[in-house]
Design a protein around this ligand. Structure first.
Ligand code: AMP
Ligand code: ZN
Ligand code: FE
Ligand code: FE
Length: 279
């Protein structure tokens, strides 16, 4: 049983539509969690592909949060998609992401040929806008060869064009996820190539606030990162997950590149309000 609990579609910054993600998953895994950034808009389309593909679906979201000025991505699984507090949180983050992207494009546009229309052309309607869409627009204009090059130069965190966006505190988001019946798991906690990462003390505090697990096996983690997180999860009694963070052709990450144990998925399902959708 191969289980991949962190995957993106074009409802945020992946390149495959949700049903295409499910079809791509068929040859790689048995269970996939669709976890688009700050949205549940891809859930229904992915769910309608479960029977056809034979791939089980965990409905999830990757929530943008912030702890002491550091960006923290919090995965939530099996939460109520109609929970008012959680949906308000997602909406505010998506709005702020969109205006932040406009500001970044205005700044970049002072130095390079790039317009907001270029970015809109790279995103599906209603998608959660992120730097990957700006990256795709920069590629389309011929300024950089691919997303990775854009992130390494023009779009780098704390670079001249970088603008922050609103995000709830991680503690607040953990509580909101639990209140909505979701299971909160901290994503890529030590992926240092993305910017600063939180201390182990911060993670201990999140565990006390209701965090359920840590994403230990992730393509951006070194063996040492994984060892540190596995030890911390054992100390705190947290679940250990593994996932690919697949973004279609937007990143080299392959579906099923890192996986989660079946017993862990059972515990996530036991704690979540919604069931895993099985074929
Ligand atoms: P944002 O949330 O808008 O600041 O953008 C962060 C997103 O960009 C995350 O979803 C990452 O997966 C993606 N990302 C970060 N670094 C890279 C990279 N080098 N190549 C492609 N995508 C990246
Ligand atoms: Zn992403
Ligand atoms: Fe992330
Ligand atoms: Fe992700």
């Amino acid at each position: 049983m191969r289980i991949d609990l962190h995957v993106h579609s074009n409802v945020s910054d992946g390149t495959d539509a949700p049903d295409e993600v499910m079809r791509a998953a068929r040859s790689a895994v048995d269970v996939v969690a669709l976890t688009d950034h700050d949205t549940t808009a891809g859930w229904d389309a992915a769910a309608s592909a479960v029977a056809e593909t034979g791939v089980a679906l965990v409905r999830g979201t990757e929530i943008s949060t912030e702890a002491g000025g550091i960006s923290v991505h919090l995965l939530s699984y099996l939460h109520d998609p109609a929970d008012p507090a959680l949906t308000a949180m997602f909406e505010r983050a998506r709005d702020s992401r969109a205006s932040r992207a406009r500001t970044m494009v205005e700044l970049i546009g002072q130095d390079l040929d790039l317009t907001w229309e270029d970015v809109v052309a790279q995103a599906t309607d209603g998608a959660t806008i992120g730097r990957p869409h700006i990256a795709d627009a920069l590629v389309a204009r011929g300024h950089v060869p691919d997303r990775a090059a854009a992130f390494g130069t023009i779009l780098r965190s704390y670079g001249p064009y970088y603008v922050r966006y609103w995000a709830p505190s991680t503690v607040e988001a953990v509580a909101a996820v639990r209140a909505a019946g979701g299971v909160p798991v901290m994503a890529h906690a030590r992926a240092s190539t993305r910017g600063r990462t939180v201390s182990l003390e911060t993670i201990r505090g999140l565990a006390a606030a209701g965090l359920a697990g840590l994403e230990v096996d992730h393509p951006d983690h070194t063996e040492q990162d994984r060892d540190v997180l596995r030890d911390l999860a054992a100390e705190l009694g947290l679940l250990v997950t593994g996932s690919s963070d697949y973004h279609g052709t937007g990143k080299p990450n392959r579906l099923g590149e890192c996986t989660t144990a079946p017993e862990v998925l059972d515990q996530i399902e036991a704690q979540g309000r919604l069931p895993v959708l099985r074929p």
